[in-house]
Design a protein around this ligand. Structure first.
Ligand code: MN
Ligand code: MN
Length: 475
């Protein structure tokens, strides 16, 4: 008699991606809420890429990480980091296996859409002083009016000093504001297309309204604000050219809903991935393969500049890890490095959109991510026929789903929206260029790129556990 084949149960034939609040134990939900509290606290002090990078360095140094520039050789268990121009960050824990076999990398970006100041930002009009701004990244301009705003950033003066500015975050701080037209007079405005409702040149931020009492001054209101800025920060109007000042929402991260299932906050994209990517690395002591977390700048405007993912400075860090693990920088060999890159595996961790039933027409229901259904594995991104996508290889995807299954990490999958409805990209293509296997992975976000975005606490928690499972287990 031929042996009867074991039949797969009917329910096992189907892919199911259940709601995790439905599935998780109350202990898991408690752990998710506790992790969410850590995230919110970190987010509130890390609204800009500079602040995030600085806090990442502080977190790493507390756990014994050393600046790699001061280290000559590396061995298993050693922990190092580097600052990428103060706006990006990379850190690693050296593994027991030879670094030449490749790295396990988590990568996310720490810049978020916002309003930057123009080089000549200060002007007065009708007894009010304003900042002229230039928006950064993809925003819906009308969302940035009539909300409390904060000013974060730095000004470099020619004496080499860096002057920090952060106003609008403490309860006693003033805030800043972009006005909009009252409904009583908006007849003409309301007939405009939404994309033209608030022109970019009208995103002018109110910063003052008390003049210097000097009748001879042509701009007494502007003069008063310049004087105030000079006494507070030792800067003059010309110094704005070497300033990097960002206007961001003044609100703190808050729990959302009576049941606190969700978090409403500025900058989830992509700090909701960057924070667990940092924490997953910080949890490593002596991993099998060398684990790396890379946090990049400028993703929202194309990953350019020497702090963006296209910069060789991130590659330099990986080269330095390899060289210093193999006898020092003088023993560096390019082919050995290239081969290590070919053996490297990376999760490019960036947010995706959550299905929103109010806007069902732009989603393909069977291939979209849902809030609270776990991290989303995205085999490819891109727009209009996968253009610009860094598509992950099937064997690599299978390796990850196997690790997730063995470590009880729930996940979901899909695309961004309907084909030809739009699209987007991430940093994965720049990393794949070095030869490594890369896949996009992140949590769904409601109202992405709005001043306040929404994520689910349970997704964030399993994202963290998924990142840990990945860097600890991928071969
Ligand atoms: Mn992003
Ligand atoms: Mn984005």
């Amino acid at each position: 008699m031929p042996k009867k084949k074991k039949e797969t149960k009917t329910e096992e034939l189907f892919a199911e991606y259940p709601n995790l609040y439905m599935e998780a134990s109350s202990d898991d939900i408690d752990a998710a809420f506790a992790f969410a509290d850590e995230y919110k606290a970190f987010l509130d002090i890390s609204k800009t890429e500079r602040e995030f990078a600085r806090n990442a360095i502080a977190t790493a140094e507390d756990l014994g990480y050393k600046d790699i520039s001061g280290v000559d050789t590396l061995k298993a268990g050693d922990k190092v980091y580097t600052s990428i121009k103060g706006k990006g960050f990379a850190a690693a824990v050296i593994g027991k296996k030879p670094v030449t076999e490749g790295f396990n990398i988590l990568g996310a970006h720490i810049d978020s859409p916002r309003l930057d100041l123009k080089p000549n930002p200060v002007y007065e009009d009708s007894d009010t002083v304003y900042f002229k701004t230039h928006y950064y990244g993809g925003i819906k301009k009308y969302q940035w009016t009539t909300i409390p705003l904060a000013v974060h950033g730095v000004v470099y003066t020619t004496d080499g000093k860096c002057h920090e500015i952060c106003v609008g975050e403490k309860p006693e701080d003033p805030v800043f504001y972009i006005s909009d037209l009252l409904p009583h007079l908006d007849g003409e405005q309301m007939n405009k297309k939404a994309s033209e409702l608030i022109p970019a040149e009208d995103l002018n931020v109110i910063i003052g309204g008390i003049p210097l009492k000097d009748k001879d001054l042509s701009e007494p209101y502007k003069a008063a604000i310049l004087k105030l800025l000079n006494s507070e920060y030792k800067i003059t109007e010309k110094d704005f050219v070497s300033a990097e000042i960002e206007i961001v929402p003044a609100a703190k991260a808050r729990d959302l809903g009576f049941d606190r299932a969700l978090i409403a906050a500025y900058g989830h994209d992509d700090k909701v991935c960057a924070f667990p990517a940092l924490m997953a690395l910080m949890a490593q002591e002596k991993p099998s393969r060398t684990c790396v977390t890379i946090l990049t700048d400028k993703e929202e405007i194309g990953s350019y500049a020497n702090s963006g993912a296209q910069s060789v400075l991130y590659e330099n860090f990986l080269m330095e890890l390899l060289a210093k693990s193999c006898g020092g920088v003088d023993s560096f060999n390019m082919l050995t490095f290239r081969k290590a890159m070919a053996g490297t595996k990376m999760l490019s961790t960036d947010v995706t959109t959550a299905y929103d039933p109010k806007y069902a027409s732009v989603f393909e229901k069977r291939n979209t991510a849902y809030l609270s259904h776990g991290l989303k594995l995205e085999k490819y991104t891109g727009a209009r026929g996968k253009s610009g996508s860094s598509e992950a290889n099937g064997d690599f995807v299978a390796q990850i789903t196997d690790i997730f299954a063995k470590n009880s990490i729930p996940w979901q999958t899909g695309e961004l929206g309907k084909i030809d409805a739009g699209g987007g990209g991430t940093i994965s293509c720049y990393m794949a260029k070095l030869g490594m296997d890369v896949i996009d992975c992140g949590v769904p976000v409601l109202s992405m790129h709005a001043p306040v975005e929404v994520i689910s606490k349970i997704d964030l928690y399993y994202l963290y556990l998924g990142y840990k499972a990945f860097i600890e287990n991928i071969r």
